[in-house]
Design a protein around this ligand. Structure first.
Ligand code: NAP
Length: 394
């Protein structure tokens, strides 16, 4: 039987754990005074500005719910524009419908990570992955994210970290890299149907223009294309021209220079224009440049459903893609498509191969500590990124 003093002790502990999260607003993750079933992390309990994001040192530790899952202790994670957008409510309708339990809050954001396996389900063979292995991985957008000390993910979402990458670098590749890979290979069929792993070098004879080549997705996309032997054209802002050239891109255009429009038109027809600058679908009809395929990662799908419900939203989405494809065809341009992040093991294997052969390395603009996660979000919210923003948990 429990005594009165036992209950008082438990009450005191609960109080102290809660108060830890709010002490003068400064997050502290003291592992010595925290019970093993609790962890530190950043969460929202409602949508809004970054003020909604709160730190807590008493979050419930995630647990495995299927034999093919693993529990990972995070060592580093990157911040992507989707994290800030989700805090503001982007995609809420669809993502909530995709959640198994339909419990919306709290939400932990954070979509890619590097970490160490601390627990694995019985369905994961030790010959495949074992406790203590260093891994890199992604978290699908409808699942609890990795801006916390621990995350649970399915086996297909992670693999062993490439040995030649640091933890920081490894945390910065997969979300943006799988977005670029899916845009080029699944949407764009560059080097094969349905994103089958392309033999590196399979893009010879192709010409691709990357818009937004200085950002997280853009810096990885141009490296992937160069590795494939594609003739790469890229746009970025004036201050980033030199760094994109340093990645090996032969034709870099400052989009603030009015002459870049004609100069790019002179380059002829592009096999793919990859929009990593958030320009969107309509932009395909506005630009004078000719293309076989225009692929944008700025799709209106989730926003239309958020704003107008599923039926009307889907109708608007269908109308948007048809309208823009008709307009593009009338202007003797090619197909207009949307590209998406896809957590595909083939994509991870492809990126791993490029990393291990020294053909791909993430560009990191700034590293924040775990305690500075809010500042990291603010940096992504401010835009004009030059590569990736990373959170270091150690
Ligand atoms: N659909 C999906 O599943 C998915 C997944 C990942 C990302 N995304 C979207 O894809 C886009 C790229 O993501 P990201 O992580 O790379 O974002 P990011 O790191 O913020 O990069 C965007 C880059 O585009 C540049 N830019 C802005 N306007 C430009 C223009 N007119 N021409 C050329 N460059 C321009 C920005 O710098 P300056 O403003 O200084 O030029 C920045 O370097 C974002 O819109 C993101 O929301 C979608």
């Amino acid at each position: 039987m429990y005594s009165k003093s036992h209950f008082r002790l438990v009450a005191l502990q609960l109080f102290s754990y809660r108060s830890l999260s709010t002490v003068s607003g400064v997050p502290s993750c003291n592992r010595k005074i925290r019970p093993i079933s609790k962890m530190c992390g950043w969460q929202i309990h409602s949508y809004g500005s970054l003020d909604e994001v709160g730190f807590s040192s008493s979050l419930k530790m995630p647990t495995l719910t299927s034999p093919n899952q693993l529990l990972v202790k995070i060592t580093a994670s990157s911040v992507n524009p989707i994290d800030v957008a989700m805090i503001k409510g982007y995609g809420a309708s669809v993502l909530n419908a995709m959640r198994c339990n339909h419990i919306e809050f709290p939400i932990t954001v954070g979509r890619d990570f590097c970490g160490e396996i601390v627990q694995k389900g019985l369905g994961v063979s030790s010959r495949d992955l074992d406790i203590g292995d260093e891994v890199w991985g992604v978290v699908p957008v409808h699942q609890q994210g990795c801006h916390a000390e621990y995350v649970v993910v399915d086996r297909y979402c992670l693999s062993k970290k490439p040995e030649n990458l640091s933890k920081i670098d490894a945390s910065a590749v997969l979300y943006a890299g799988l977005t670029a890979w899916s845009g080029l290979y699944i949407s764009g069929h560059l080097g094969g149907v349905l994103g089958a792993i392309s033999p590196v070098g399979g893009g010879r004879g192709k010409k691709v223009l990357v818009l937004g080549s200085a950002g997280g997705v853009g810096t990885l996309a141009v490296q992937m294309l160069l590795a494939e032997g594609v003739e790469v054209y890229a746009t970025c802002s004036s201050d980033a021209v030199e760094s994109v050239q340093n990645l090996g891109v032969p034709y870099v255009f400052d989009y603030n220079d009015p002459e870049h429009v004609q100069n790019l038109a002179n380059a002829g027809r592009f096999d793919i224009i990859l929009d990593c600058a958030g320009k969107g679908t309509e932009y395909a009809t506005e630009i004078p440049w000719k293309f076989e395929q225009y692929i944008t990662f700025n799709s209106p799908v989730l926003k239309n459903i958020d704003d107008n419900g599923f039926a009307t939203g889907m109708y608007q989405n269908a109308m948007s893609i048809v309208r823009n494809n008709v307009a593009a065809a009338n202007a003797q341009k090619g197909l207009v498509k949307w590209g998406y992040f896809v957590p595909a093991p083939q994509g991870v294997a492809y990126l791993q191969k490029l990393v291990e052969t020294g053909k791909l390395l993430p560009i990191i603009e700034k590293i924040f500590s775990f305690e500075q996660t809010l500042e990291a979000y603010a940096r992504v919210e401010a835009k004009h990124l030059r590569g990736k923003i990373v959170i270091n948990y150690n």
